[in-house]
Design a protein around this ligand. Sequence first.
Ligand SMILES: Cc1cc2nc3c(=O)[nH]c(=O)nc-3n(C[C@H](O)[C@H](O)[C@H](O)COP(=O)(O)O)c2cc1C
Length: 128
Amino acid sequence: MSKKILVISTSLRANSNSDMLAEAFMSGAREAGHEVEKVSLKDKTIGFCKGCLACQKTGSCVIRDDTGEIVEKMLHADVLVFATPIYYYEMSGQMKTMLDRANPLYTADYAYRDVYLLAQRQTRTNML
Ligand SMILES: Cc1cc2nc3c(=O)[nH]c(=O)nc-3n(C[C@H](O)[C@H](O)[C@H](O)COP(=O)(O)O)c2cc1C
């Protein structure tokens, strides 16, 4: 069955390695007949969560920036895929900020049941 896959690519770097992983994942998914959309966090404005928890009552965030549109796409996707560079043994800060801001989904009737993480760390070949 064809699924709606949303790929969120979080590296802000030109020629990003994790974005290449995302692109490879996307071609495989398309070949398998799935509907794929990618959102890059490059050029997006994503403020920090303020922790007010208003989203748990209203279903949306009080901060008006680019996050709302991304969260709306997440709500309707069957599969979520996050691509991130590893920063200090962890996901990138921008990915963590995005996840915190997706808190309106916590109480929502979201469609996704599968979530994938594509992570790229330093290798000999991508060292400066
Ligand atoms: C702030 C920062 C922290 C990093 N921390 C790690 C790390 O803990 N382990 C590692 O293997 N690589 C680390 N790296 C290297 C990146 O993971 C690596 O360059 C990765 O390929 C970058 O992904 P991108 O090309 O998708 O941006 C770090 C890079 C930066 C800028």
